[in-house]
Design a protein around this ligand. Structure first.
Ligand code: GRF
Length: 311
């Protein structure tokens, strides 16, 4: 369990211990039922009808947080025990996906737009991480420039809104990007993730969303920039590199160039083919992209020149 969540639970535990709080097992049962939270371990607890221990209280907080109902639960607690002094935890709320405003908690949703052109395994990694609660966020749209991109189907399978934006003849890059921007602004996206998006973005677009766009590249930048697909891995093998890997970076006006957030290495084996190397790197891509999005969504990234520092 995350320390911040534990600390928040501690603050309220002190309050519920007082008999005047009126908080006991039956209150808990009704409240969790009202929030639509069911859990076998909690059910067992009801039958024991013992006082709520600190461990049980932690477990309940974790469960409610996983169900994305923490803001609602905390507001119910405020009505019951009054507001509490949040102390230093106030600054950590956003990492728990919370905002505290005018005496009430709100759920902070980090909104992500993913741009794709192909099979969408990186998109899938983000979807899975969100569903497992690893990233406190929501994909508010997936945009593709290719109608048949399997990534669109993956999004639909998870109830995510999809947009197919084809490139029209005689349309400038900027005109195309304005169509992307319209969706991104309507959806109020906090972050734009290029997950295998095979189009170069205009300077207009990159400047409009400065440090709000990230890209995943299947090599260790600055080596092998500007290449994509199998060509990257072929070039790595032809050069005789002993290591390769992937890079997640912010997007600036040059291709595969912005400040680097995460890199992960993969050893190149003597019997590697472009395909086998691509496959091993892809696994690292999925991990890196999820880690980078998590860090950004938790506000833990600072860009200093070309260097990205993580707190
Ligand atoms: C990945 O290798 C990524 O690094 C590159 O395009 C590929 C997309 O793969 N930018 P997928 O569509 O996410 O499976």
């Amino acid at each position: 369990m995350e320390d911040n969540l534990k600390n928040l639970a501690d603050i309220y535990y002190a309050k519920i211990l007082s008999p005047s709080s009126g908080i006991g097992i039956s209150w808990l049962r009704n409240t969790l039922a009202g929030l639509g939270i069911k859990d076998e371990s909690i059910e067992k607890l009801y039958s024991i009808n013992a006082p709520i221990s600190r461990e049980v209280w932690y477990y309940i907080f974790m469960k409610i947080w996983e169900e994305k109902k923490l803001a609602d639960f905390l507001n119910i607690l405020i009505d019951k025990v009054g507001s509490v002094d949040l102390g230093q935890i106030k600054d950590k709320l956003s990492s728990m996906g919370l905002i505290y405003r005018n005496g009430k908690f709100e759920r902070k949703i980090f909104k992500i737009i993913v741009l794709v052109s192909g099979r969408g395994t990186n998109l899938q990694a983000i979807i899975d991480a969100i569903e497992k609660g690893k990233i406190n966020g929501e994909i508010v749209g997936v945009i593709s420039n290719k109608k048949k991109a399997y990534a669109l189907q993956r999004a639909k399978n998870h109830g995510i809104e999809t947009f197919y934006i084809p490139h029209k003849k005689d349309e400038s890059r900027e005109e195309y990007d304005k169509k992307l921007a319209k969706i991104i602004d309507e959806k109020r996206a906090d972050l734009i993730v290029l997950a295998g998006f095979l189009r170069i973005l205009s300077s207009w677009f990159v400047r409009k969303y400065k440090w709000k766009i990230i890209n995943i590249h299947p090599a260790l930048l600055p080596a092998f920039a500007g290449l994509y697909g199998e060509n990257v891995h072929k070039a790595v093998l032809d050069y005789g590199c002993k290591v390769s890997g992937c890079t997640v970076h912010f997007v600036d006006e040059e291709v595969d160039h912005g400040p680097i957030i995460i890199q992960k290495c993969v050893e190149v084996l003597d019997d590697d083919t472009a395909e086998s190397l691509a496959q091993r790197i892809l696994e690292k891509e999925h991990e890196s992209l999820v880690e980078a999005i998590k860090l950004i969504s938790e506000g833990r990234i600072k860009i200093e020149g070309r260097r990205v520092k993580i707190s």
